[in-house]
Design a protein around this ligand. Sequence first.
Ligand SMILES: [Mg+2]
Length: 200
Amino acid sequence: MSGISGRGAEGDAHRGDLPAEAARKVSLVVLDVDGVLTDAGVYLGADGEGRTVEFKRFDIQDGLGIRLLQEAGIQVAIVSGRVSPATEVRARELGIEACHQEPGARKLPVVDRLRRGAGLEWDAVAMVGDDLPDLPVMELAGLPVAVENAVPEVRAQARWVTGAPGGRGAVREFCRALLQARGEWDARVEAYLEARRGMP
Ligand SMILES: [Mg+2]
């Protein structure tokens, strides 16, 4: 880990330590779905009645990272540009009430509403994205983050880039890095384990 934040020689954000001063201000983490919580693939098919059935593959380790953020008092929201029941199911599993699926991928008004509702400035918002629909939010968010598989325009806007691709641990990596940068990771892990060390 270099410990250096900013932009690298190729105009890309470093993958070193997440910038601590930005991390400490974050109260709302906004996650894109396709390409961030998934590998951007969708399985499309039809049931016996010809109705479209869509499956997505989520990473279970991401889920525990999200839970640790929530336990640290950070609000987590999902904002997707694609409407899919699979996203609803996963959000429910994760206890994420703010799950917004916007056909047309106009994410900025949604995130702005969430931000205002929580009484937050933009510097309290982190956005994890991979593709162009995420850019308008990333341009305003205090902590814009790109996943490894993000398109060049998104990587260029990011203050931090994950080493893992979306759907393969990128969100878990971000959750850990965010809490580490705030000095909260070890205590969160210890609290999680302590609650599970008791014998029945
Ligand atoms: Mg995406």
